[in-house]
Design a protein around this ligand. Structure first.
Ligand SMILES: *Cc1c(COP(=O)(O)O)cnc(C)c1O
Length: 466
C-alpha cells in the first residue's frame, strides 16, 4: 500500500504466500484431515501477525519459522473428538465409540447431514411425513414384530417403555438382573427415575416363575426381564424363561418387556456368542423388546424398540418420546444398516463389527505378520507376533473371548503406550504383564500402515533418546 514505488523493498513481500504454505506437506496433511478452509484461516492469522511485527520493525521471519508457528497453531486447534486406531482387541469398546459403521451407512449419514432431507416429509403425498417411517417398517419386518420405534439409545428405550407402561406402579424384576451396564445404567435407578417402583424378586442366582407370581398385586404395572449383558452368574443358578414370564403376564393381564441389550439379529453369523438372539424374544412373544443399535447389531448409537402395535403406539404418544428423539444422521445410518440385514451375506461382509468378530485367528495373524514386514529391520526387532484373546465388550457376552493375534512390545511398554496414544492418528493398545500389546482383530486392513508408521516413529524416538 504505502511503499509502492518507494526506494526500500517491502519486507512483507518476503513472507511466504498462503498458497505456498498450503502446499507444504506438513500443512497439506492437516487440511486433508480437518478441511482446507480452517487451515487457510490459521495461515492467514499467522501471516497477518508476522506483517504487524514487520511493521513495528522486527526482522522478516524465515519461511521455516512461519511454518513452525502455523503447525503449532494447528496442533493447538486440533479437534478433541478424533478418529483413533483401536488396537485393544475389544470390538465394541464403549470408550472408543462402540461399533464402527459400515462405510455406506456413514456415507448415508453424511449425505443427509449436509443437505435437506425427507426426514418428516412424505415425498409421495407432498405432505408432512413421519420421522420414524424410515426405519420402523424395516425393524418390524426384520424382527417379525407388529410395530417399532427408534430412540437415542437403549437406556432411553428402557426409560420410555417403563415410564409409559408402569408410571406410578411396580415393575417386577429378578434380583439376578439388577445389574449395572456401562457407566450409569443401573437397572434399579432407571426404574425409579422412570417414575415406577422396583419390586425385586428371587435371589441373585435363582429366580423361579413362582417368585414373580407371588409378587403380583393390583399395583403391578410391568414384568421386566433384563439380559445381564456384562456379567455372568455360574454354578447353582436358575433363571425364569422369558416364555414362562409371558404366559404369567398373559394370565395376569400384565405386559412383559425384555431388555435384550445387544441386538443379535442373525445368531448364525455369530454362533459362539452367548447372547440371547432377538428372534428368541420375539418367538417367546414378549410384548416389547429393546436393544442398542451400536452393539452386536453394528449400527449407530440408537435404542430400538419393537413389539405389540398398541404398546408402540402408547410409547410414541408419551411426551418423553420427544426428548429421546433420534436425529436424521442416526436414522440415515440405521436405515442403511437395517437394509443390509435383509441379506445375511451383505450384513456379514459390510458391517465392521460382524466382520471383525468373524475373522479367523489365522487371518488376523497373517495381517499382523504382513504389517510387521513393513517395519524397518530395527523396528521389527522390537516387536514379536503373539497369540491374544479379543473380547466383544460393550456389555455383550460376558466370559466370551476369541483367539486373536497381534504385536507384543516388551521394552518401555508404558512409554510406548503413551507415545502411540499421542500419535496422529492415535493408536490405542493395552498393557498386560508389563508388555504393550496391539491386537490386530480390531485394526482394519486400511489402518495397518498407520500402526506401522506409529511404531516406527516410536522405535526411532527410542533410539534417539536411548
Ligand atoms: C447396553 C445395554 C443397555 C444400555 O444401552 P445404551 O444403548 O448404552 O444406552 C441397557 N440394557 C442392556 C441389557 C444393555 O446390554
Amino acid at each position: 500500500m504505502n511503499s509502492a514505488g518507494g526506494k526500500e523493498p517491502d519486507p512483507r513481500r518476503d513472507l511466504p504466500s498462503v498458497d505456498e504454505l498450503l502446499r507444504r506437506t506438513e500443512v497439506a496433511s492437516w487440511s486433508e484431515k480437518w478441511g482446507r478452509e480452517p487451515v487457510r484461516a490459521r495461515i492467514r492469522e499467522v501471516l497477518s501477525r508476522a506483517r504487524e511485527d514487520l511493521q513495528s520493525g522486527a526482522p522478516a521471519p524465515t519461511t521455516e519459522r512461519v511454518l513452525a508457528e502455523i503447525l503449532r497453531n494447528l496442533e493447538h486447534d486440533r479437534p478433541s473428538l478424533q478418529t483413533v486406531i483401536n488396537g485393544t482387541g475389544v470390538v465394541l469398546h464403549t470408550n472408543l465409540g462402540r461399533a464402527p459403521l459400515a462405510r455406506e451407512a456413514a456415507r448415508a449419514a453424511a449425505s443427509v447431514a449436509s443437505s435437506y432431507s425427507s426426514l418428516e416429509y412424505d415425498l409421495e403425498a407432498g405432505t408432512r411425513g413421519d420421522r420414524y417411517s424410515h426405519c420402523a417398517g424395516l425393524i418390524a419386518e426384520l424382527t417379525g414384530s407388529e410395530a417399532a420405534l427408534v430412540v437415542n439409545n437403549n437406556a432411553a428405550a428402557v426409560s420410555l417403555t417403563i415410564n409409559t407402561l408402569a408410571r406410578g406402579r411396580d415393575v417386577i424384576v429378578s434380583r439376578g438382573e439388577l445389574v449395572e451396564i456401562g457407566g450409569g445404567f443401573r437397572v434399579p435407578e432407571v426404574i425409579e427415575r422412570s417414575g415406577a417402583y422396583l419390586k425385586a424378586v428371587g435371589t441373585t442366582n435363582r429366580t423361579r416363575i413362582e417368585d414373580y407370581r407371588r409378587a403380583i398385586t393390583p399395583s403391578t404395572g410391568l414384568l421386566l426381564k433384563v439380559h445381564p449383558s456384562n456379567y455372568q452368574v455360574s454354578g447353582f443358578t436358575e433363571e425364569t424363561e422369558l416364555a414362562e414370564l409371558v404366559q404369567l403376564g398373559r394370565s395376569a393381564g400384565l405386559p412383559v418387556m425384555h431388555d435384550q441389550g445387544s441386538g443379535l439379529l442373525l445368531p448364525d453369523l455369530l454362533p459362539d456368542t452367548a447372547d440371547p438372539p432377538v428372534g428368541t424374544s420375539v418367538a417367546a412373544e414378549a410384548d416389547v423388546i429393546t436393544w442398542s443399535g451400536d452393539k452386536l447389531f453394528g449400527g449407530p448409537q440408537a435404542g430400538l424398540i419393537h413389539g405389540r402395535a398398541a404398546i408402540v403406539g402408547e410409547l410414541r404418544a408419551n411426551p418423553m418420546a420427544r426428548a429421546f428423539r433420534v436425529d436424521k444422521m442416526t436414522l440415515a445410518a440405521l436405515e442403511w444398516t437395517l437394509r443390509a440385514y435383509r441379506s445375511p451375506e451383505l450384513a456379514a461382509r459390510s458391517l465392521p463389527a460382524l466382520r471383525m468378530i468373524r475373522e479367523s485367528a489365522d487371518s488376523v495373524r497373517r495381517r499382523a505378520e504382513v504389517a510387521l514386514s513393513a517395519l524397518s529391520a530395527g523396528a521389527a526387532r522390537a516387536v514379536e507376533i503373539v497369540t491374544l484373546r479379543s473380547v466383544l465388550g460393550g456389555g455383550s457376552t460376558p466370559g466370551f473371548d476369541i483367539e486373536s493375534a497381534g504385536w507384543r512390545m516388551v521394552e518401555g511398554a508404558d512409554a510406548a503406550e503413551s507415545f502411540l496414544r499421542d500419535f496422529d492418528p492415535p493408536v490405542i493398545g493395552r498393557i498386560e504383564s508389563g508388555a504393550f500389546l496391539l491386537d490386530f482383530r480390531t485394526i482394519g486392513a486400511d489402518e495397518q500402515d498407520g500402526v506401522a508408521r506409529a511404531v516406527t516413529a516410536w522405535i526411532e524416538h527410542e533410539e534417539i533418546s536411548g
